[in-house]
Design a protein around this ligand. Structure first.
Ligand SMILES: [Zn+2]
Ligand SMILES: [Zn+2]
Length: 167
């Protein structure tokens, strides 16, 4: 068994539309490589920093991401044997390439589900003002002078005309 601690550059498009780990930023890997019968079992943790947009106010959101990975990389001979025997379950088995393992697909599978589904700049983010689009967090009590058109119409009905009718 071997342990590997390494910082690698994040691959492209590690994330969803809303949030993701920027390509080239640091991903810290803390992995255990274990020789097993079929190949090498890779397990451990991944740490990185995701950057995205708050779904309510579109502010920048930076969130630490911790994901765990566990993946079996089988020896090529074993993988071929599995395919020959027609075992469907082994079709997307990951193969060892010489002594190397291609970690990227496993990283992707581990990190993407660990990202927040609806990133928020803070849990109680009030979002944007529906009238002017300003961030309500900056100015929670601001108001707008424009009167709702429905009230404006009522204001007309109760204007000077009513007084004339009464007199
Ligand atoms: Zn926000
Ligand atoms: Zn406003």
């Amino acid at each position: 068994m071997r342990t590997v601690q390494r910082t690698v550059a994040a691959p492209d498009e590690l994330g969803s539309g809303m949030i993701g780990i920027p390509a080239g930023s640091d991903l810290e890997l803390d992995l255990r490589l274990e020789a097993v019968m079929e190949g090498v079992l890779v397990s451990g943790s991944i740490h990185g920093e995701a950057v995205g947009e708050c779904v309510r106010c579109l502010d920048r959101v930076v969130e630490p991401v911790d994901a765990t990975v566990q993946e079996l990389y089988v020896y090529p001979e074993r993988a071929e044997a599995a395919v020959d025997s027609g075992d469907d379950e082994d079709e997307d088995v990951r193969e060892l390439e010489g002594d190397l393992v291609d970690l990227e697909p496993a990283l992707r599978d581990a990190v993407v589900p660990a990202l927040p589904f609806r990133p928020l700049c803070r849990p109680d983010c009030p979002g944007l003002c529906p009238q002017c689009g300003e961030r309500l967090a900056d100015d929670p009590d601001h108001t707008h002078d424009t009167i709702d058109p429905r009230w404006a119409a009522l204001g007309g009905l109760l204007g000077p005309d009513d007084e004339k009718r009464e007199s």
